[in-house]
Design a protein around this ligand. Sequence first.
Ligand code: ZN
Length: 474
Amino acid sequence: MAGAREVQASTRLIYDQLQCFVQALLHPSVSCTAYPTQVCIQQLPVRFPAVSGPVKEFHTSAGLRAPPAVLLWLLVKPLHKVTAIILGRSIRKWWKALPSNKRQLFREWAWQRRWRLMGVGTGLLLFISLFFLTYMEETPVTGRSRLLVFSRENFIKLTDHASEMYLEEYGNSFIPDFDPRHQVVKRVVQHLADRNRDIEGMNSVPWTVHVIEKPIVNAFAMPNGMIFVFTGMLEAVGDVHQLAFVLGHEMAHALIGHAAEQASLAHVLDLLSMILLTMIWAICPRDSLALLGQWIQGRLVEILFDRPYSRKLEAEADQVGLQLAAKACVDVRAGPVFWQQMELFDQIKEEPTMPEWISTHPSHHSRITHLDHLVPEAIELRARCGCPALPDPDPRAVFSKIAQKLLEDAEKGKNKAKREEKERERAAGTQQRVQPQLGAALVISAQQQTLLSKEDLTEIRLLRKEVEPKTNGS
Ligand SMILES: [Zn+2]
């Protein structure tokens, strides 16, 4: 119950800040954008625009409505590997079954026609490239050229099915609409949509919000405008500015059509892999070697194409999300601060981090660097949109000091735990060989739980209050 109260209190703070934030937009003379601040809590009558327009409630209706061509693609897609394997093996068996004189004749025939065969291969490649070139288009907002083999409408229909599955999976965990947490997310989404109506597609996407009661730090948006936010994310964000940045990032994915773009890339890679797989299964003398070759090919495609492409799209969503937030008068410095927080959580919890080159997402550190680089431009955009000036101190500097203190505390706690463990061992006078590292780890883990459990945000806020006046003075 205490946990539930903390969640409510934490959400209440975000909710109050949101009211404050919207109030600042309605009455620019009221300075509500300080970070974090509660100065406006008592100043409302709340004058939110009516929650309508692009933000709608979901309806549990509509079954599978994908058109036949799309369904056919879904069915045929998993078959490409099987087809390639069967074709490659058949070629290998046919070659092995040939008498040696016929094999020699075939080699001579191929050598004599090598230029013609190479010409046919090159022509085929050119034809395929030209075919794909007709599917090139520019991304909205960033104007980047990309391959899109699905029309936006077709892809939205395709993902309707996935949305239905999420509704089925999480339907029982949705918090009710009247819950302040749901209201906060809904209003931030609507506010971002309202302030970015000039962006292509913003008005045509029927944004809907679902908040899932689960301690997962995640949120995602479907191409059809359905936004799913886990309550774990609401606890992880430090204030409404961070929440707006996170939601801006997710909306950017949907607006730019990143899912359709990734599916298009997968489509092209599937076609290329079909050719490679056929060759692997035809050339490798044994099935076991062919399987190994297939596994290596799969990993290489992932590491060289899939993952870097996914990281590129994430960076683009950060960039566009920051722009959406800037135009909505959000304190854009909250973007890097959010990732500073995530990095700090990992550092203190000593979470093992995946190397960036095998990850689908940029590392926290890369995101902070990228966003820091984009913040000055976003502040200018904010000013051009008539937003009130950002207050001092810079929340990034404030958070850096907090992070430094928390890390020092964690280090002290770790050393203290080690000392206590040694003293306990000495006091027990046991001859039995104990495992000091394990003991220390358990104590540290317990301390970290205290540092990073639901009291985290409260602690960070208290520390921030401690640090802010000092930063002001310097
Ligand atoms: Zn993302």
